[in-house]
Design a protein around this ligand. Structure first.
Ligand code: NAP
Length: 278
């Protein structure tokens, strides 16, 4: 059985589905049991909270492997979470980190957490994904109501990755027992600008979508107004600046190397999620 933290989130949710499809047993970790109701009897639910590290340790007892993501609201106790995993005797942990480097607050945070896992002696493999395609959900409201998406990244290009592909790599590591000394740096397979991504959305929708440039600070303010905690909105703003000035213009072949197939394209992602944008 595998313990999946962040099971109700984008990556963890996909990972639960993929493990179930492979006939594996899953224990879903959540603060709110009702959020895991979609799986019914198909998963075991462990109610807990990263801010109570002992709940992670208890949930990890007897597990073949653990998928660990970062509960951003409870970072200060991450070392204790790592210690709880070591004490539970977990032999394999996959940690969802970030491709963001040390120049970003979110990058420094994840590097500290990677270091904590090593220092606490938790056997683990690090996944460092770049920008998630799920960030496109931020376009849903205005794409629906105005036929417009607002773009704080100028003509900068990036290679966003689907949560399905991150989860598939996590499953390969957990189930096949792949060991990787180095972090697995994960991106999608194609570099594109926001204007090109908006074109992909327009093509799938079959109607025009205008891509309108906005300054990053306007986008950050907007995210805060929509309920994102200011620190997370500001971290997202830093990533957007990086795309804007070309620091995110690269891709890796890790998904293809691990899974033996190409990552999902932006167009395919919109096709699968088009109901959100109609
Ligand atoms: N978005 C990007 O472009 C990007 C890029 C690189 C890396 N990342 C990293 O990916 C991670 C986010 O992954 P995601 O998008 O899959 O997650 P998500 O959809 O944002 O979901 C958040 C998950 O975290 C769980 N959670 C939050 N606080 C918790 C706490 N105190 N205790 C236990 N669980 C808690 C929630 O579980 P419950 O609500 O059920 O308790 C939920 O399942 C972050 O570490 C982020 O830095 C994101």
């Amino acid at each position: 059985m595998y313990l999946i933290t962040g099971a109700t989130g984008h990556v963890g949710g996909q990972l639960v589905e993929q493990l179930l499809a492979q006939g594996k047993k899953v224990r879903a970790f959540t603060r709110d049991k009702a959020k895991a109701a979609r799986w019914g009897e198909r998963v075991e639910v462990a109610v807990g909270d990263f801010s109570r590290p002992e709940t992670v340790g208890q949930a990890a007892e007897g597990m073949e492997g653990v998928f660990l993501m970062n509960g951003a609201s409870a970072n200060e106790r991450f070392r204790e979470v790592a210690l709880a995993l070591r004490q539970a005797g977990v032999r394999r942990t996959v940690f969802l980190s970030s491709l963001a480097g040390d120049e970003f607050a979110i990058g420094r945070l994840h590097r500290h957490q990677e270091a904590a896992l090593s220092e606490m002696g938790v056997p683990h493999v690090v996944l460092r994904p770049g920008m998630f395609m799920t960030n496109f959900y931020q376009w849903a409201g205005t794409a629906k109501s105005q036929g417009v998406v607002y773009n704080p990244m100028g003509s900068g290009r990036s290679a966003p990755i689907a949560a399905e592909d991150i989860a598939a790599v996590a499953a390969a590591v957990l189930v096949d027992g792949r060991t990787e000394a180095k972090p697995l740096e994960l991106t999608g397979g194609e570099l594109s600008s926001a204007a090109e991504q908006a074109q992909a959305l327009a093509k799938v929708l079959g109607r025009e979508i205008r891509c309108v440039d906005v300054p990053t600070d306007v986008a950050v303010k907007n995210m805060i107004e929509h309920g994102l905690p200011p620190a997370m909105a500001s971290a997202a703003g830093e990533s957007m600046e990086a795309v804007r000035d070309g620091r995110a213009t690269f891709k890796t072949d890790t998904v293809e190397r691990v899974l033996g197939r190409a990552p999902m394209t932006v167009e395919e992602w919109f096709r699968r999620n088009i109901r959100m944008f109609q």
